[in-house]
Design a binder for this molecule. Structure first.
Ligand SMILES: [Zn+2]
Length: 307
């Protein structure tokens, strides 16, 4: 399942290819991938065709392309969520259309790169594409992470993403608000890390890695952590995400491939996730896996004692 580093790899790969391109045509091969598109706002294909892509922006695991054009297209964006298995593949126009999991194809014309195609490929159809309205950010800061391109859309974000908190790599992420949010939660700290309304972009893998780094058990009540401990945890989250990003994401899902369709995630050494039964890299105690929200939590029973 793609997490923030994997989605950022996709965003940064798409950005130079799609920024400034005009959508020449749209092919919807499977309308189930449009279930988050609000048809009342207009037809997906009609809204998109003829629009110009202004940038590629990301918040957490959401990715969007702000659009310009006439009145109907301006103030909107194509917003994508990769779900469990979604991919955005950059193709040349003559690439054979043989991918049976291709759901939507955007045919683009770029002033420098010529004709391009972006294929939204999604085997399990938990991901989606939609054309959505842009709304202003509540804190007046930029909507998400991009390459610093500015425009009237820069301090906006798709309405579907408005309830998603900023991710810890976002320059406008508020550390103070994060500390305050944890102080109010009596639930286990891991659950709070996975709550996209508190902080976005942290999935199961990077939550386990961050908790291991600061020797914290995931069931430890968030509200009992001191502000200093919360800041240590946040620093660990940023470190773990930053390292994964530098290595281009983490490989756990054979379905994931990067923007050019090359072979996927990049191997990355992990300390906790997926290491049940193996020695803790810090103390040598065999690591443990426990069931957690239909998934698993991986931790060291010695370094990360449940209190
Ligand atoms: Zn240990």
């Amino acid at each position: 399942m793609p997490e923030l580093p994997e989605v950022e790899v996709v965003r940064s790969g798409l950005a130079p290819a799609v920024t400034g391109a005009v959508v020449a045509a749209v092919e919807v091969l499977d309308r189930r991938s449009l279930r988050r598109h609000d048809a009342a706002s207009g037809d997906f294909e009609t809204l998109l065709t003829g629009a110009r892509v202004e940038a590629a922006v990301r918040r957490g695991k959401f990715l969007w392309l702000p659009l310009s054009g006439d009145e109907r297209r301006g103030g909107r964006a194509v917003v994508g969520h990769l779900g469990m298995s979604g991919q955005m593949l950059l193709r040349t126009p003559d690439h054979p259309g043989d991918d049976r999991h291709a759901r939507v194809r955007l045919h683009l014309e770029h002033p420098e790169h010529g004709e391009l195609r972006v294929d939204f490929v999604d085997q399990r159809i938990f991901g989606s594409l939609a054309v959505d309205r842009l709304v202003p950010t509540t804190d007046g800061e930029t909507g998400g992470f991009s390459d610093g391109v500015t425009g009237e859309w820069a301090r906006q974000l798709p309405s579907q993403v408005a309830h998603i908190a900023r991710d810890p790599l976002d320059p406008a992420f508020s550390e103070r608000a994060f500390v305050a949010a944890l102080a109010k939660r009596d639930t286990g700290v891991k659950r709070v890390l996975l709550d996209q309304g508190v902080v976005s972009g942290i999935g199961n893998i990077y939550a386990d890695e961050s908790l291991w780094a600061v020797r914290l058990h995931g069931e430890h009540p968030a509200s009992s952590l001191s502000p200093r401990r919360v800041r240590e945890l946040l620093a660990a989250v940023r470190d773990v995400l930053g390292k994964a990003l530098a290595e281009g994401g983490t490989s756990f899902d054979a379905q994931y491939v990067n923007v050019n369709g090359a072979s996927g995630y990049f191997e990355h050494s992990l300390n906790a996730y997926g290491r049940a039964g193996k020695p803790c890299p810090r103390c040598g105690t065999p690591m443990v896996r426990e069931a957690f929200m239909n998934r698993g939590s991986h931790f060291c029973p010695r370094c990360q004692r449940r209190r």
